[in-house]
Write a protein that binds this ligand. Sequence first.
Ligand SMILES: C[S@@+](CC[C@H](N)C(=O)[O-])C[C@H]1O[C@@H](n2cnc3c(N)ncnc32)[C@H](O)[C@@H]1O
Length: 304
Amino acid sequence: MTTPTSDNTPDTAADKSSQTWQNLSTDWITWAERLAPAAEKINRHMIEAADLPGLATLRNGAPLDVLDLASGVGEPAFSFARALGSGTDDSANIPGVAGHVTASDIVSDMCDALMERAAEEEISNIKAVPANMEKLPFEDQSFDVVSCRFGVMFCEDPDKALREAFRVLRPGGKAVFMVWAPLVDNPLFAAMDAVLGNILGIGFDAAGLDPFCFGDADQSMMRFEKAGFTGIEATTHSPAGRIPENAPFWKPQMDMLFGNVLRKSSDMEVGAINAAMFETLAPYIEDGHFQVPICFHVLSAKRA
Ligand SMILES: C[S@@+](CC[C@H](N)C(=O)[O-])C[C@H]1O[C@@H](n2cnc3c(N)ncnc32)[C@H](O)[C@@H]1O
């Protein structure tokens, strides 16, 4: 964990990023339960790409060790824990596969909230360790899978984080990362960026966030190769939910990325933001429902 200076002014870019996420942690905790079903759906792509049955065979049936990086309040760590045989939803367990998940995040409040959720959901094969994914507190070659959903792009040095993921993987182990496709393929984020820019003067750039820096799948695969990985594959997905048109469905994502600024905004500004979001996304209304795609890549890679 990085430590803010005594006057609470972050002294490095990593401290600043950690502070930003620390300030957003209440928003992540607020929305976690509501977003869990949708999260579970997209996490399936990561579980499939990890090929847990194949890894279990490689390890002669020994329990698998999964490390989830930048877990926030539990995604996809919970999906891996369920696949490995824990939790109340037996249908998520993969037959013949067992193991343990180490979840981690740079913000210790996220880790605490994750463990509270795990207890509520009776997920027992998980622990949470506060950790900067650029400098992991784990031994070399100690995990069979390293996963990360929408986290690596927020590192000060993402390539360092990829090298760390490689270092802690056992030979034959797999890295599975979910990353956002470009902004142009993500109309919800494009609308958010434009609307908040117009009304509050803050978008992703001004907030110091670059969620789309792994958007080019070919370049991202090259980054994995440079970190030492082989057998690198990428798949692209564009699911669209179906949400009644009277619901401000952008609110969770907007809060979880811009909650810090929204909390300081007036009711009038918030009203204007919601009206502008509705207008910008109205072309995606069909049959009285918003159907706005989100587009992401799942990158999987092996340590030979
Ligand atoms: C967009 S959230 C994703 C959380 C979760 N994986 C999910 O998909 O719901 C990004 C997370 O990355 C964490 N994070 C940012 N920089 C990090 C770093 N250098 N090391 C570890 N975690 C980091 C933040 O605290 C935050 O929880």
